[in-house]
Design a protein around this ligand. Sequence first.
Ligand code: URA
Length: 240
Amino acid sequence: MSVERIDKIIASQGTLSRNEVKKLIRANLVRVNGQAVKKSDEKYETSDIIIEIDGVLQTFKKNIYIMLNKPQGVICASRDPKAKTAVDLVPKELQRKGLFPAGRLDADTTGFVLITDDGDFAHRILSPKNRVKKTYKATLAQPLSSADIKRIEDGIKLADGTRCLDAQVKVIEQNEKVVAQIKICEGKYHQVKRMFAAVGNNVVELKRTAIGNVELDPNLLSGECRELTKEELESIENTN
Ligand code: URA
């Protein structure tokens, strides 16, 4: 349960500034749960709130969950003085305060980044103990042997001695290119690259294709975003 000022609740949705909301309230154009709002500092419970602005019903979302198809060169951060960030790619209509990428991809890794303003949710999908798998497609410099696969799947020791949790590896192409799919449920620094390096291989290209059982939308072009559907959000934490 959370109780907030009405101007803050409306502005949190990203389309109106706090000052714009205040003006609308002064002009008597805002109704909450059927009643006219008289002052900007009136407080309301955010869970079941019904907001109308100038007679138009607003859809209020406490939090937002965005799928980004990250291009190369973009960093997984909210803001950066020099580089373009994942949050910079969120279109204006989905922007709101407090957005951050739930987990990091390297600047040269592409694919699914989940951007949200829900810290508890991010923690749940990132915590290795919840076993939400992250799926990657890795283009490798060398062929992958069954012995390499077994070592990675059993929980490989990285060059610095760090032991990884178990993983699932499948070769999906081994002709002109060597491409493997790998599923891991933790997110150590450069983890996939270091796991393949530990069997003497080298990742030449890396793309995250799924988080949990939610696949990167094939209709999202590189750099594009969309909100997760209700069904995707409900199923992302399922580990079956
Ligand atoms: N593992 C890596 O090595 N890099 C990433 O960007 C993600 C996982």
